[in-house]
Write a protein of this length. Structure first.
Length: 478
């Protein structure tokens, strides 16, 4: 049994590494975008991708992802090929009405959100749909524990996307068409390879009897997927409506930089806890371990977030055009919003472990209405800063409400004083640097910022947040 557990953790770590490669490719391409795309072009790229994403969600992409895992895990190896074929057929059938609905509205979308080229939007919709179909064979690889094959495929997709985009944009000068063209190339190539591999197994034949149960399983994920999409992406559409695409591009870059903080800090830890919580929380010492995990994730995320916030202007100056430097004002607010979002993922644990996910849906629905209301109030007057504040308020509400409802299922005594000290210290040090070092010499400014970051890391280390076993920190248990 311990050997099986160790193998599972090994596969989980490899799958986690593979899953992070595609988001990392987006991070590595940021300097290319900043140097070769104007803020308006970057804003256009962001909008067409978001519209494409919401159309995929309407075609039940979220439900297909979860249904593939559920049905494949309950099937034997011979039946999994039937599951893959049926899922692909179901996804294509769900997407059939899309052209009839979307094509007449294409010009309306473009005019309303200031996208000049409707063919670019159509091209992006197709590319994103092709990429989304890869989730079906990816889930099957997870079910079969083919972790090495999964990493090889995602690494090759990562290389094609990064190198192909660099060649298409920097060498051939294809701009947005080159960026989106790599979705088609990387997605289409591995669509053929992976589904052909399933076909070679000899079982790639749809089982029409599964269409009914798959529909019942997948359809309820549609409202939840749309709510999550609105929470995370509605700000771009409000900015496009009330400002111009330059403002959307500035906000999009700030959001991607803030997302890098989670990618490099909270996300790997959260993935480990997401699996571990199902085993740990029902136990007697589960609540204490959950509290320490939240402190660990918060400490690491705040340290990386403070580093980015302090050095954001210098980073943007090194990356490229001066047009993007003003997004440094938005990044700290979005970093703080990401901090509360990842707190939600830990705080909602009891709802997942004890299968009260309907509460999660209701909270998500309330948060969606809240963020829409705040965006409508703040964006017209404050632009990107208003959008960032609306997102921050949404995630603060979601964290508080998730904690309140989860505590009714399993009382967890979180280390609130530690968390408050870490958060307050990070905010205080950021404002100390932001409002006292603007007119100072560059060398002095950088030296002081490094010292401030060192102060935070040193004081955070006194809490020993990495100690996930019971034991006092040097400042005692708060």
């Amino acid at each position: 049994m311990p050997q099986d557990s160790g193998q599972s953790l090994k596969h989980a770590a490899i799958f986690g590494f593979g899953a992070m490669l595609i988001p990392i490719s987006g991070v590595l391409l940021l300097p290319l975008y900043v140097n070769y795309l104007t803020p308006a072009e970057f804003g256009t790229l962001e909008l067409v991708n978001r519209i494409a994403n919401v159309l995929c969600i309407c075609c039940l992409s979220v439900g297909v992802y979860h249904a593939t895992g559920a049905f494949a895990m309950q099937a034997n190896e011979q039946e999994r090929g039937h599951v893959a074929a049926t899922m692909l057929l179901f996804y294509l059938l769900a997407a059939l009405p899309a052209p009839a609905v979307f094509l007449p509205l294409l010009t309306v979308f473009c005019r309303y959100f200031q996208v000049d080229d409707s063919s670019l939007l159509l091209f992006a919709v197709g590319g994103n749909f092709v990429v989304s179909t890869l989730e079906i064979p990816y889930v099957l690889m997870r079910c079969r524990m083919e972790s090495l094959g999964f990493v090889i495929v995602t690494f090759l997709q990562f290389l094609i996307r990064v190198l192909g985009t660099i060649v298409a944009v920097a060498w051939f000068g294809w701009g947005l068409w080159g960026v989106i063209g790599m979705y088609w190339l990387s997605g289409g190539l591995f669509f053929v390879i992976l589904f052909w591999a399933e076909f070679r197994r000899g079982s790639m034949v749809p089982d029409l009897r599964l269409l009914g149960p798959i529909t019942k399983f997948a359809f309820p994920f549609l409202p939840g997927g749309l709510c999550t999409f609105v929470q995370m992406n509605a700000d771009r559409f409000f900015l496009a409506r009330h400002f111009d695409l330059d403002e959307v591009g500035i906000f999009a870059l700030a959001a991607k930089l803030a997302g890098c903080v989670a990618l490099l800090s909270a996300l790997p830890l959260e993935r480990v806890w997401l699996v571990r919580q199902y085993k740990v929380l029902p136990n007697e010492d589960g609540p204490a371990e959950a509290a320490r995990w939240l402190t660990l994730i918060a400490a690491v995320q705040l340290a990386v977030g403070l580093a980015l916030s302090l050095f954001c202007r210098e980073l943007l100056t090194v990356m490229g055009k001066d047009e993007y430097v003003r997004c440094a004002d938005v990044v700290p607010v979005l970093v703080l919003a990401e901090f509360f979002l990842y707190a939600v993922y830990v705080l909602e644990g009891p709802m997942l472990v004890y299968r009260k996910t309907i509460w999660k849906f209701y909270l998500g629905l309330a948060a969606t209405f809240l963020v829409l209301m705040l965006l409508a109030l703040l964006v017209p007057s404050f632009g990107s800063i208003g959008a960032a504040v609306a997102l921050l308020a949404c995630y603060v509400f979601l964290a508080g409400a998730s904690c309140l409802f989860s505590q009714r299922l399993r009382w967890i005594s979180y280390q609130w004083r530690k968390l408050a000290v870490l958060l307050s210290l990070a905010v205080l040090l950021y404002f100390a640097a932001e409002y006292s070092l603007n007119d100072t010499d560059f060398i002095l400014r950088m030296t002081v910022k490094i010292l401030l970051l060192s102060v935070f890391c040193s004081l955070a280390a006194l809490f020993r947040p990495w100690r996930l076993k019971p034991g006092p920190s040097r400042l005692g248990e708060c």
